[in-house]
Ligand binder design. Sequence first.
Ligand code: HEM
Length: 391
Amino acid sequence: MFILQNEGKLFQASYPKAMQGILGQYSLLIVSGEHHRKLRGITVSFSAMSKSSPVFHSRIEKLAFSMLESWRGRREIAFLEEMKKVKKKKSKFTLSLMVKTVLSIDPEEPVAMRFLQDFRTYMKGFISLPLNVPGSAYAKAVKARARLAMTVKEIIKQRTTSSGEENGDFLEVILSKHSSIRQMNDDEKVSSVLDIVLGGYETTSTLISLIVYFLHRSPAALLAFKEEHEAIRRNKGKGQPLGWEDYQKMDFTRNVTKEAVRCGNLVKFLHRKALQDVEFKGHLIPRGWKVLPVLAGPNLDPSLHHDHLQFNPWRWTKEDKEIGKKTMGYGGGPRVCPGSDLAKVMVAFFLHHLVLTYRWKVKEDEYPIAYPYVEFRNGLQVEIEPVESHV
Ligand code: HEM
């Protein structure tokens, strides 16, 4: 936390040079200082505005229904693959949701398919060798980024010349007449759009998958989780949409999510460099050195967490009032994740419908691995069975 809180003073975000070619010079992960503060503010306000918006909630539910419906008649699925993949002209839950939330593109529109496929190619570049030679994953990612930029610019152009219909999406925020936003150039707007989709897509699908995995291995937690959602549904009645007040009642679900973030360690480490010689706990970090804060360190520290390897959502209610300060799933300091609240609502609403629609059993030989992102051995193979609705 010392490193993250001293962002811009003693340390600064510093992703490998090669990644700049893919991210672009205006990505939040690349810019620093005042420029970072200005661009970040827009993402933060969007997140604050959307998390309680009925439009955002109904988008989550619509895509969740469509995903769960597509599993009817199937007995086994590769859960994480289902959440992430773009295949058979259908994109999956989180990527479609991010694209809909940011640009108001429906998954069925041809531009959506193009965007989603380019986006996957763009993402593959981050874990490739940074060789800009034709045919390499890196070169494909750079080209995909250029196409994504063109698509976003086209959409911006259409929006600025159209009649002004309200979409409640991120684009609307960055095209608003607010003075600091008006000063953004088109490349900054494109980067902000791609940052949000990038930040929210893979992390959220993986987090949902980790929760499915951990709940299967913890029957007591699954029972408490199910009871919470059944009670919420009983009070609402069938088919009634979820809202912000329902989310606020999902206390146990939020604790399950926090515990899955602690145990799952979705983001392993961050990239920083020392801006000056820094002395910390008797060690000297010379100026210019790279520093990689490992978030799993505090999350899994046995001196900070009792039974540290145990998935135990109750530790967030009973054990320790300070636990939030001892975990770092979403980073910290001036770059702390601006989308964490959106992720929590997406996770809670998707899982509400999942747990009321299916029971699941994770295959014996499945477990999470870091490769370098969190994945499952076989895409998280689970057996599913529809549940008779009692509520
Ligand atoms: C489970 C979900 C998520 C996890 C674990 C997560 C984790 C993180 C972490 C650790 C950082 C800090 C990066 C750094 O300091 O270098 C970060 C930054 C960021 N996240 Fe998330 N994130 C999640 C969901 C989201 C969502 C849903 C969005 C978008 C709506 C998002 C957008 C961003 C952006 C734009 C940044 C860059 C912030 C900056 O540099 O100022 N994230 N995230």
